[in-house]
Design a protein around this ligand. Structure first.
Ligand code: HGY
Ligand code: MN
Ligand code: MN
Length: 395
């Protein structure tokens, strides 16, 4: 029998690593991230699985025969919520533990590393799936200029060889929705139809740092003014090529030298956009590039573009999705829907290797990537039960 008390206790235990108010600060490779992974490894061993870290720090709990793989990630955003990723990992652990107690079926568990993109986009599963080579990923930097190669040295002797994906028959990821749809409709479960695609790159605009009192406005090459002009123009122009599902975000900005009496000489910012249609992603890219060049020329700025990172939209596997839908109807009759995912997930990368499917539970007020992120306990347990159904583990 699924033990919901043990499941909720373990979810709160994982929350204690890097706890910050109601949320967590557990960036990939940080001390709380590695401490939580060591704890997870001990829990995997207690569930009869063989814990195994690969060179990226992806942590697998391996069954000793071919198995379904369940899980998600346990790293967090710089200021993250307690359920993003954690729910899928702890639910997987509970189902593996129950399967061990029931004498089967074989279930393996994973917590991928750096899903939250300290170094890019879903970095750990990108490397495991072959989407990005280890060598290329190692050159990626975080917003402080630390390379992935440097950061992953913190794994020390944990790091071992790549896990062979051919031992897994499929992958199912339980996650919070992170948006408003289920909460607003009062439904308990979302069965994912497809996951949107994403593009993400760092842009640097460079002008001339100068005195804020003596430099006439007309002579300035102010990088921050360039960024604000770019943002306003981009918002106006993208509206011609997008749908209500398209999103774009400038989420990280670093102004240099960031002093009140200095005309900013440089601004470095993240430019991210997402959509379910690969062609629209390309059209958005074209608008972004043209607008950048136009603004740079008008403000006397130089442009430097970081590598364009991205993942294509993917559809979920039909057979696994139907297993989740059958489970959803059993656990929450009439209280579930099929829906796309606007958030990125490791499942996108894993789909290169095996059939994948995902399910969501509601996020209260649709809030995520924030300390306030939360989900009703009844919904957390409903998600666990649907996952158990789909995995064929007695509930
Ligand atoms: O940003 C995302 O969609 C994911 O939470 N990493
Ligand atoms: Mn997540
Ligand atoms: Mn996230």
């Amino acid at each position: 029998m699924i033990n919901t008390t043990r499941f909720l206790e373990n979810l709160h235990r994982l929350r204690s690593f890097g706890a910050h108010g109601t949320g967590v600060i557990r960036r990939a490779y940080s001390e709380p991230d590695l401490a939580s992974r060591d704890w997870l490894a001990s829990q995997m061993a207690a569930a009869g699985l063989r814990p195994h870290f690969d060179a990226m720090g992806n942590l697998f709990g391996l069954a000793d025969q071919p198995s379904l793989l369940l899980g998600s990630h346990s790293d967090s955003q710089p200021t993250g919520g307690w359920l993003d990723g954690a729910l899928g990992v702890i639910a997987a652990l509970e189902i593996a533990q129950t399967a061990q107690e029931n004498g089967g079926p074989a279930i393996s568990v994973v917590s991928f590393q750096d899903e939250e993109g300290r170094f890019g986009v879903t970095t750990g599963s990108s490397v495991w799936s072959g989407q990005v080579s280890q060598e290329k990923a190692d050159g990626l930097t975080d917003s402080d200029g630390v390379t992935l190669a440097e950061a992953r040295q913190a794994l020390g002797s944990r790091a071992q060889e790549r896990v062979d994906p051919s031992q897994f028959t499929g992958f199912i990821e339980l996650h919070i929705e992170q948006g408003p749809t289920l909460d607003a409709s009062g439904q308990q479960i979302g069965v994912v139809s497809d996951i949107v695609g994403i593009r993400d790159r760092v842009v640097t605009l460079s002008g001339q740092q100068n005195h804020a009192g003596t430099t006439p406005m007309a002579l300035r090459r102010d990088a921050f003014q360039g960024l604000t002009a770019f943002n306003a123009l981009l918002n106006a122009r993208l509206r011609n090529v997008v749908t209500p599902q398209s999103v774009w975000t400038i989420g990280h900005v670093s102004v240099s030298p960031n002093a009140s009496s200095i005309v900013p000489g440089q601004v470095r910012f993240s430019m991210q956009w997402r959509d379910g249609d690969p062609e629209r992603l390309m059209r958005m890219e074209k608008v972004i590039d043209e607008t950048l060049h136009e603004v740079a020329s008008a403000h006397g700025l130089e442009i430097e573009l970081g590598p364009l990172l991205g993942l294509e939209p993917v559809e979920m596997d039909n057979a696994l999705r139907v297993r989740l839908e059958t489970g959803a109807e059993a656990v929450a009759p009439g209280q579930w829907r099929r829906m796309p995912s606007g958030a990125l997930h490791d499942a996108t990368n894993v789909a290169r290797l095996m059939p994948v499917a995902m399910l969501f539970v509601p996020s209260i007020d649709g809030i995520s990537h924030a300390f306030e992120e939360d989900t009703d306990e009844a919904d957390l347990v409903a998600g666990l039960r649907v996952l158990a159904h789909a995995a064929g583990v007695g509930i």
